[in-house]
Design a protein around this ligand. Structure first.
Ligand SMILES: C[S@@+](CC[C@H](N)C(=O)[O-])C[C@H]1O[C@@H](n2cnc3c(N)ncnc32)[C@H](O)[C@@H]1O
Length: 240
């Protein structure tokens, strides 16, 4: 499966909770400041806000006017569905029609939440975010790092894609704005028989100073088999 650019494609908040292993932790994070970067046209922020979490979403396309944003989401959903159906990268039993309906529900919830909380949806792009150091307790990053590496490196990009140097800068920025944790998903290659992404292995071996991390299994199913881990990073406890 290949794309010429990053698609504006979002998931249901409940699916994102599974991606990041947050489903059983909502009470733990109640009252916390959480950043979803990139938010895309997904409903994670809406679900977090409903659980009493102070959620902020970032995406460069949030700069578009609302009508254009919705048109772009629908066009990219069509493109993604067609690309997935034609690829051999998903299990045969994966239900793409159900998947499409879930994305439409996510888009609807995103548009509703964004209308209600426009200040919580910020237009910005990695590797530079408009936030002070340690602004958030938890930073979440789904389907950007690793996914949009070049195809030859296990990502989705037909051309140059986001290279390893970009990944290093982006991860340092995600860590900079987090007080406690950064979680990324997926940290695996995007193919039928997924395996740990080589960029994820490289980043984990050289994390920004003061951070430690590990691969983390996830129950989210987007049609791949094999290793479908994410990455979970934490600030190290200060030395006694
Ligand atoms: C595939 S979507 C993922 C959305 C959501 N996190 C998820 O997991 O469903 C990728 C998103 O990354 C956004 N994006 C592209 N370049 C970006 C950048 N440099 N920094 C932050 N977001 C970016 C796109 O606009 C798109 O909405």
């Amino acid at each position: 499966m290949e794309f010429a650019s990053v698609v504006f494609y979002g998931r249901l908040g409940e699916q994102a909770l599974a991606m990041f292993n947050l489903g059983d932790e909502l009470t733990h994070w109640r009252g916390a400041a959480v950043l979803d970067c990139p938010g895309g046209p997904g409903s994670l922020s809406a679900v977090l806000r409903g659980a009493g979490i102070e959620a902020t979403a970032v995406d460069p396309l949030y700069a578009l006017p609302p009508g254009e944003l919705e048109r772009r989401a629908l066009a990219d959903l069509d493109l993604t569905m067609a690309t997935q159906a034609a690829s051999g990268d998903l299990r045969r039993d994966f239900d793409l029609d159900a998947c499409r309906q879930e994305h439409l529900l996510a888009l609807e919830a995103f548009l509703t939440d964004r209308r209600a909380h426009p200040e919580r949806y910020r237009a910005a792009a990695l590797p530079q975010l408009p936030f002070d150091d340690r602004s958030f307790d938890l930073v979440l990053c789904g389907h950007l790092l690793f996914s949009y590496a070049p195809r030859a490196a296990g990502g989705l990009m037909a051309g140059a894609g986001l290279d390893l140097d970009w990944h290093r800068q982006a991860l340092a920025e995600l860590c900079r704005v987090s007080r406690r944790e950064v979680r990324l998903y997926p940290a695996h290659t995007i193919d039928l028989q997924a395996r740990r992404h080589p960029y994820a292995t490289a980043l984990l071996a050289a994390l920004p100073p003061g951070w430690q991390g590990r691969f983390s299994a996830s129950t989210y199913d987007q049609g791949h088999q094999g290793c479908t881990d994410g990455l979970r990073l934490e600030r190290c406890a200060p030395a006694a």
